[in-house]
Design a protein around this ligand. Structure first.
Ligand code: IPD
Length: 273
């Protein structure tokens, strides 16, 4: 049977490469930085330029498709999923890394449920997944780690961009609890999508964060589950990508240990009116 999504996904991979070129070029010059929700929630002209490039290119080929893009939502567009094919886009995941010329920066594109693309442009690693057809990095199949003992795990997390002291205290309580399980180590790439691709690649056993957005995690969620991993809410149960809370792990066993360890809280949802 003809595969209706194959050419769409090929297009996503091609635009992700183009986005990567723009990001790599911009790393050689000045990056015009402004802020969004807080003094440390950064955005650059390159984030906006790359998002427009992706949207324009998809619109030309698929005029009925819809979009949830990080910078379009910041500019006031809605963040609601409908039944129409919807692309969820993070033009630069790891904007703070980008501003500081730190190595990990990705562009992420997800056509809700059907496929996910995360391009780590500096390393030239193209992570892809199709629903029911596996996850890949540069065409090589991905498989999560088989280590189920959390005491022998590496766990990735991030501190996010909320600097409310109460929120920061909760983040540090969770970090303390995770370190004291104990785990072998805690890491953070500075990009939610890249942390999740590390789970999918078997390099770390789990990633958790409260405060992420749907565009940070949508594409990588499919990559994790197609690599054999598990997605869970930080209080257990199914993950809700609009809830801004996520555990991505190599197994239910590791995810459930984290549920017992993380101090949960609920930031305002992405789809809140
Ligand atoms: C951020 C990064 C960061 C995570 C934040 C995200 P952005 O995305 O993924 O690692 O801690 O929660 O919002 O702003 O660089 O696209």
């Amino acid at each position: 049977m003809a595969d209706p999504w194959e050419s769409t996904m090929d297009h996503a991979v091609a635009i992700a490469r183009k986005a990567g070129e723009v990001v790599r070029d911009a790393l050689r010059g000045d990056r015009m930085v402004t802020t969004k929700s807080s003094a440390v929630d950064l955005v650059t002209q390159t984030d906006q330029k790359v998002e427009q490039l992706i949207i324009q290119s998809v619109k030309e080929k698929f005029p009925t498709h819809r979009f949830i893009g990080e910078e379009s939502v910041a500019a006031g567009e809605s963040c609601i999923l409908s039944d129409s094919p919807t692309w969820i886009i993070d033009p630069i995941d790891g904007t703070t890394n980008f501003v500081h010329t730190h190595l990990t920066v990705t562009s992420t594109l997800d056509l809700q449920v059907e496929f996910g693309v995360v391009y780590s442009c500096i390393e030239d690693k193209m992570f892809t997944a199709r629903r029911g057809r596996g996850a890949f990095c540069n065409g090589e199949p991905l498989q999560v780690s088989q280590q189920k003992a959390v005491e022998q795990a590496i766990v990735a997390t991030e501190f996010g961009s909320d600097r409310d002291p109460e929120v920061v205290d909760k983040i540090f309580q969770s970090l303390r609890n995770v370190l004291c399980l104990p785990v072998h180590g805690v890491r953070g790439a500075g990009s939610a999508a890249m942390n999740m691709c590390l789970v999918a690649s078997g390099c770390v056993e789990a990633y958790y964060e409260i405060g992420v957005h749907v565009w940070d995690v949508a594409a990588a969620s499919l990559i994790v589950s197609e690599a054999g991993g598990v997605l869970m809410d930080v209080e257990g149960g199914e993950v809700d990508l609009m809830s801004r809370r996520i555990i991505a792990a190599n197994s239910k066993t590791v995810a459930e240990r984290l549920v017992k360890t993380i101090v949960a809280f609920s930031p305002p949802r992405d789809d809140a009116a």
